[in-house]
Design a protein around this ligand. Structure first.
Ligand code: SF4
Ligand code: SF4
Length: 392
């Protein structure tokens, strides 16, 4: 059984949300574990432009300052998204300059967080190292290179919904957030790419060649894709659609395998440098059914819950999920009109491949993380409080 530390959302002037974050980080042993001069990554998500539910930069700054006070050298990381270029619900986070510009729009700058902000997987999302695992779906995980050089990693995660995993918590932040573009793409879609020469506009266009991060598109009379080299990043499809040729297509995976894949990616990430180097915080505030990568701050499912902290990515996600499911539903939200005690069951469910039953994706995620031994679903919740100072 793993310990999960928790401070609720009832902020007061002597114990506000930043005090609570510090309290959780202290009690879970993170601050005391930092040694002088250690490089400490704070992995978070800067949010999609238009989404207003993502983590406020103040939480990241607080973590950064505590790490520095403890003797560490903090830096803040995110990884590149999918798609290419601006536009669309998920666009504008594909390359380092794109995403860093969006981070700035959302208030994430070196000045606001008081530390360097880096893309953990480089300019294109292809700065990675491979880790072999014995997963059911994934055998090799492309882990963001910045992980390799980190002495400790604080996963500062927004607990909320996720279309492919039910819950978007610490496991998702590892399995999608710290893998390169290849790992993200393999998880999202099939990767069987196809180019229709009839539709290709030929050398005068050549737009797809410029955006292929692995240089696997060549041009003669028509574009040609070296399929074995393709990492399924989707860049070429976006630019081809933009010139209205729609010559390139890719097959999507059946929904249920995606959640298994990102759980297995998470295993590769934590085992790449040793799971003892990872620490987890879930901020269970502004909880909608949608991930922060979507351009809408959707109505909140439940009231704010509080801050969780743990050394165990599965225990902290299970604790967050249980608390969200126990809270009364917001009638204005995606699940409000249903009498549903499992919030992400209504928002995100799929057919179980074995039983054929409709089951919450979050439950599939937790069960598979348990099977892959990411941590424990059993947890002891340690409630943290702080007495008001006596002014008499
Ligand atoms: S972007 Fe599309 S139309 Fe243009 S060269 Fe590439 S495949 Fe052909
Ligand atoms: S060919 Fe493959 S790797 Fe290259 S841009 Fe297209 S999807 Fe990405």
């Amino acid at each position: 059984m793993s310990k999960v530390y928790f401070s609720d959302r009832k902020a007061e002037s002597h114990y506000n949300m930043l005090d609570k974050l510090e309290h959780v980080l202290q009690e879970m042993g993170f601050l005391d574990a930092i040694e002088e001069g250690e490089k400490v990554m704070v992995k978070t998500h800067f949010g999609q432009w238009g989404n207003t539910n993502y983590i406020r930069p103040a939480y990241v700054r607080k973590a950064v300052e505590l790490i520095r006070e403890a003797g560490g050298v903090p830096f803040v990381c995110e990884s590149c998204g999918l798609g290419y270029g601006e536009g669309g619900a998920y666009g504008g986070r594909t390359t380092a300059p794109e995403y860093l510009a969006m981070a700035e729009l959302n208030g994430y700058t070196q000045a606001t967080v008081n530390a360097p902000i880096l893309m953990a997987d480089g300019y294109w999302g292809t700065d990675v190292f491979d880790v072999e695992i014995d997963g059911e779906y994934v055998k090799k995980v492309d882990v963001a290179t910045a992980v390799l050089d980190s002495d400790k990693i604080l996963m500062l995660t927004h607990a909320k919904g996720h279309g492919l995993g039910g819950l978007g918590g610490s496991v998702k932040n590892l399995g999608i957030g710290l893998v390169g573009k290849k790992g993200k793409a393999e998880m999202h879609w099939m990767g069987d790419i196809d180019l229709d020469e009839e539709k290709c506009l030929g050398p005068e266009c050549s737009k797809c060649l410029k955006v292929c991060p692995v240089r696997c598109i060549t041009m003669e009379e028509k574009a040609n894709i070296e399929k074995d080299e393709c990492i399924a990043c989707y860049h070429c499809i976006h630019v081809c659609n933009r010139v209205k040729a729609k010559a390139i297509s890719m097959t999507w995976r059946p929904n249920h395998t995606q959640v298994y894949r990102f759980v297995e990616n998470a295993l590769g990430v934590i085992d790449s440098i040793g799971r003892e180097k990872f620490w987890y915080v879930n901020l269970a505030v502004d909880i909608s059914d949608k991930c922060d990568c979507w351009n809408v701050g959707a109505p909140l499912l439940v009231h704010d819950i509080g801050i969780f902290g743990s050394k165990d990515p599965l225990a902290i996600d299970q604790a967050s999920l249980d608390a969200i499911n126990e809270a009364p539903a917001n009638p204005e939200s995606a699940v409000g009109k249903e009498v549903c005690q499992e919030k992400f069951a209504t928002a995100h469910a799929c057919k179980d491949p074995d039983s054929g039953e409709i089951v919450p994706l979050a439950d599939i995620q937790m069960a598979h993380a348990d099977k892959m031994k990411l941590g424990s679903r059993e947890y002891e919740l340690v409630q943290l409080t702080r007495e008001k100072p006596d002014k008499s």
